[in-house]
Design a protein around this ligand. Sequence first.
Ligand code: HEM
Length: 211
Amino acid sequence: MTTIKNNLFSRSNAKKLHYFSGLTLAVFIAFHLFNQLYSLAGPAAHIEMMETFRKLYRHPVLETLLMVAVSFQLITGISMLFNKRKKNRIEKLQIYSGLYLSYFLLAHVAAVLYGRYLQLDTNFNFAAAGLNDDPAMLYFIPYYFFAVLAIFLHVAAIHYLKTGSALVAWIIGSIGVLVAIGIIIGYTDSFHFRKVPAEYLQFVRAFFGGS
Ligand code: HEM
C-alpha cells in the first residue's frame, strides 16, 4: 500500500502531472492574457471578447477541467519544492516564478469565485477596481504585473533548461515584460486611472480600504 502511494506521488509522477496540468492551463492562459491585453482597446471591447471566451471556459466540463488543472498545478508544484538537490540559477528562476504563480493563482481564483458568489459579474471591472482605486492599486499593479511576468519567466526558464537556447529564453522573457506593461497600461488607461462602477469599488474597498 505504502509503495503504491509512494509511486503515485513519486517525484517523476509529480513532474509528469505538473507538465500536463501546465499544458492544459497554458491553453487557457494564452487566451486569457490575450483578453487582458485587449484592455488596450477599452473596457467594452475587452468585455465583448471575454463574453465570447466565456462560452468555452465557463462550460461546466471545461471549467471543471480548468479548476482540476489549477489544483494539480499547485499541489504538484509545491510537492516538487521539497527536492533537496542543489539548483542552478535558471532552476531557481523556475522555482521562484512558480512560487509566485502558486500564490497568485490561489488568490486570483479565490477572488474570482468569491466575486461570483456575491453575484458580481467578474468582468473587466472586477480587475479594474483593484488596479484603479487608491490605495488598492499599490497592491494590485505589482500583483498583476509580476503574475504576467512570472508566467513568461517560468516558460523561459523551462525552455532554456530543455533546449539551452538563451536567445529564445530572453525573447520569451522580454515579451513577458511588454505584455505585463501593456496590460497595466490598458487597465489603468495609461495611468490616467479609470472610473469603475460602485459595486466593484465596494468589493475592493472591503479588503483594501479607500473612499
Ligand atoms: C493582468 C493579468 C490578469 C487579469 C487582469 C486577470 C483577470 C481575470 C478576470 C477578470 C477573471 C474572471 C473571468 C470571468 O469572469 O470570466 C479571471 C479569471 C481567471 N484567471 Fe485571470 N487575470 C490575469 C492573469 C491571470 C493569470 C496570469 C492566470 C494564471 C496563472 C490567471 C488565471 C485565471 C483563472 C484560472 C481564472 C478563472 C476562470 C474561470 O472563471 O473559470 N489569470 N482573471
